[in-house]
Design a protein. Structure first.
Length: 341
């Protein structure tokens, strides 16, 4: 999982500034158009930054205005930027600068950036954008509130001791993914660990696993946390009560994590126990050797043979992706299933 890595990452964001430009965005499944200050949302949302302020330079405390040479402090003067070179500049300074071009004589050159000399383009004060995703309106509102207040607020009427709080957090996480806001996502994860008092339960599992659009990252987090409080024997006693897609995922993760032995290790362990290793264990020419899948199906019957072949293929694929690689990967090949060298 990438969560722990991204949580540790700190991005230099510069001083908070809401700026003077507004962006209104729409989400396909919602009837609302959400309104937010462009500079504010571009500060942490990669989705908005790449679409609206891709080249804008991150502001440092020591940065100066290239027109008046005074500090670029967004708390004192409004700032804007050149869309070509990304240079930040005082809004009032660039207006004065642009006016100076009008008085320059007969050919009236277009105003240019004082930094890169590219023609200065005026950006509209209001822009519109669409955000993809199947999002919850209150979760989007919680995101906007967080942008302005720097605190994630889930309605106090949602008890922290119920799964409903977990669902509310997963919904805001979905928003964080849609707008690509790592800082917000980290805040959600922090809130989960500090405020949530209930295990992930049927509502959150249903929300995360029975809708096709949920992100793999959210599902992986639910699985990871769920496994932390699973008791041995869970699959036998509980699995039937949960959605199949969820238990399959749990089983896969559990298997990937378990200490699996390679075929060679198993042979050594079992044959040593029987004291037969000196005679070569299961000999390559033994009577139970099966050379092809056709022969295998003759022995096992076609359905069992298919299941075994699928299982072998899965094992091979998992071996590639496995968290804990199998030492020596001594797995039988597909064409000669149980022959040993
Ligand atoms: Zn200035
Ligand atoms: Zn420029």
């Amino acid at each position: 999982m990438t969560i722990s890595k991204s949580r540790g990452a700190t991005k230099k964001l510069g001083p908070i500034s809401i700026g003077s430009k507004i962006v209104r965005f729409k989400i396909p499944n919602l009837d609302r158009r959400f309104t937010v200050h462009e500079d504010l949302i571009c500060r942490t949302s990669t989705f908005f930054k790449t679409r609206l302020q891709k080249r804008r330079k991150i502001l440092n405390d020591q940065d100066e205005c290239c027109v008046c040479a005074e500090a670029l402090n967004p708390h004192i003067k409004d700032l804007t930027f050149c869309i070509k070179c990304g240079q930040n500049v005082h809004e009032t300074c660039i207006e004065t600068w642009k006016r100076s071009f009008v008085h320059q004589g007969y050919d009236k050159p277009p105003p240019t950036c004082p930094m890169c000399r590219a023609t200065w383009k005026n950006e509209p004060l209001l822009k519109y954008l669409g955000v993809e995703g199947d999002l919850d309106a209150e979760a989007v509102q919680a995101y906007l509130d967080w942008l302005y207040c720097s605190s994630l607020h889930i309605d106090k009427s949602v008890s922290r001791k119920t799964d409903a709080f977990n669902v509310a957090l997963l919904k805001v996480w979905e928003v964080a993914n849609a707008v690509e806001d790592e800082t917000f996502k980290n805040e959600i994860i922090r809130t989960f660990f500090t405020e949530a008092r209930a295990c992930f339960w049927s509502d959150s599992v249903k929300w995360a696993f029975t809708q096709s659009k949920r992100s793999e990252e959210i599902k992986a987090f639910v699985i990871e946390v769920f496994m932390a409080y699973m008791e041995p024997g869970w699959f036998k006693k509980e699995a039937a009560k949960w959605p199949d897609v969820f238990t399959w995922e749990l089983a896969d993760v559990a298997m990937a994590r378990g200490e699996r032995k390679s075929f060679k290790e198993l042979e050594e362990r079992h044959c040593k126990a029987m004291g037969t290793q000196d005679e070569g264990g299961f000999s390559g020419e033994s009577s139970c050797e099966i050379d092809s899948d056709d022969e295998l199906s003759g022995v096992l019957g076609q359905p069992a043979c298919d299941a075994l072949r699928d299982r072998r293929r899965d094992v091979h694929q998992e071996a590639d992706l496995s968290l804990a690689p199998l030492p020596n990967a001594g797995l039988p090949s597909l064409s000669r299933p149980w022959r040993r060298k």
